[in-house]
Write a protein that binds this ligand. Structure first.
Ligand code: PLP
Length: 385
């Protein structure tokens, strides 16, 4: 038998057997970190809306005004009629915010990596990626046709060994890392990565999806423009702390101009809707004017980590490791009963045997509910032991 339905049912069965079944559950985000699922209101520790900007009245107003003025859709790709006036403003804001010369906005963070990596590398090139980078960096790397090798997470000695072994046989080399790792919440050693790039004539692309809008770690400041000129590109998303949608890459202006001309995921997709660009732009204004938002999100994550006896996180993500998928699912279900929504993260999003709960904090949480959450998690985990 080779009917599509049989195939789909067999695949579902396999996912179920492995505790990897993924389901779409209707969720109403009500603002203030509250979501409604299965008819119940829960405090969500699942949203990446770290600064609460997706429900900010001024951001909503900006989107509404843009819809009235420019319509709800862009009509075509940015290279045709999609280049509405709001794009230039947003790209200038992003360049100013990140201290780069220039920025280019894509329709999502995923599409940014899918477009940027093949615009920079091809079959004669080498890509070295941290083992824990986000899936879209790997998808972009695969699409480029370059030789892809992974190095152990944050292990600079392993990366250097791979450079020694493989660099010379390739034309260009691109290193891929997340600035903050999405499922672990830890940071990449950017200065060390840039040093290796300089030593081995390589380039660096870092993913800032989970650090935009959050305080910079004073112990590990971002490398200066001078230290990184010509070798480093940073990308990120407007869908998390910026509360809207879209992705961006920023760097030196000629590199960005090359990407703008050649990235297929920019050329062959419709531009972002004007209300989305307007919302992102307003959100970036608020992000800059109100740095307390990022500081509060981070303080909430640190409070939870302290209560659970976990290492203090650099940003707003705290993982709670369970190992097996079943255990992560059971804890997530039990927390939902207690009024908290915390997703179980399972393979293939994380390596086998490293299932976990992932807690994401926002400035909209309050210390009381964080304390109740920690108490509930402690109760559940001691009970299960
Ligand atoms: C969410 C995420 C992306 C993708 O961004 P979207 O705008 O949601 O497509 C890319 N990289 C990392 C690390 C992410 O967490």
């Amino acid at each position: 038998m080779s009917l599509l339905t049989d195939f789909a049912r067999a695949e579902r069965h396999k996912q179920e057997q492995a505790c990897r079944l993924r389901q779409l559950i209707s969720t109403r985000r009500l603002g203030g970190a509250v979501v409604e699922r299965h008819g119940r209101q829960l405090i969500s520790f699942a949203c990446n809306d770290y600064l609460g900007l997706s429900h900010h009245p001024a951001v909503i107003q900006a989107a509404q005004d843009a819809a009235s003025r420019y319509g709800t859709g862009a009509g075509a790709s940015r290279l045709i009629t999609g280049e509405h006036p709001l794009y230039e403003m947003l790209e200038n804001q992003l360049a100013a915010l990140t201290g780069a010369d220039s920025a280019c906005v894509f329709a999502s963070g995923y599409l940014t990596n899918l477009g940027v990596i093949p615009a920079l590398t091809g079959p004669r090139d080498l890509i070295l990626a941290d083992r824990l980078v986000h899936a879209c960096l790997l998808d972009g790397a695969r699409l480029s046709g370059a030789d892809l090798t992974r190095f152990r997470h944050n292990d600079m000695a392993h990366l250097e060994a791979l450079l020694q072994k493989h660099r010379a046989a390739h034309r260009h080399c691109l290193i891929l890392a997340d600035h903050i790792y999405s499922m672990d919440g830890d940071a990449a050693p950017l200065p060390a990565l840039l040093e290796l790039c300089a030593d081995y004539n390589s380039w660096l692309l870092t993913d800032h999806a989970h650090s935009l809008g959050l305080p910079e770690d004073p112990a590990a400041p971002l490398p200066s423009k001078k230290a990184s000129e010509g070798r480093w590109l940073a990308m990120g998303t407007l869908s998390k702390a910026a509360g809207a949608a879209g992705g961006y890459v920023c760097g030196e202006k000629d590199i960005i101009a090359h990407i703008r001309r050649t990235a297929r995921s920019l050329v062959y997709t419709t531009a972002l809707p004007p209300p989305t660009v307007a919302a992102a732009s307003k959100a970036l204004d608020i992000m800059q004017a109100e740095p307390w938002r990022g500081r509060t999100a981070q303080a909430h994550a640190q409070l939870f980590a302290q209560q659970m006896d976990l290492p203090s996180p650099p940003t707003a993500i705290v993982p709670w490791m369970t190992g097996e998928s079943e255990a992560a699912l059971a804890l997530s279900t039990a927390l939902e009963k207690a009024g908290f929504f915390v997703p179980a993260i399972r393979p293939p999003t994380v390596p086998p045997g490293q299932a976990r709960l992932r807690f994401a904090f926002s400035c909209d949480h309050d210390p009381d509910s964080i304390t109740r959450l920690a108490e509930e998690l402690k109760r559940l985990t001691t009970h299960h032991l």
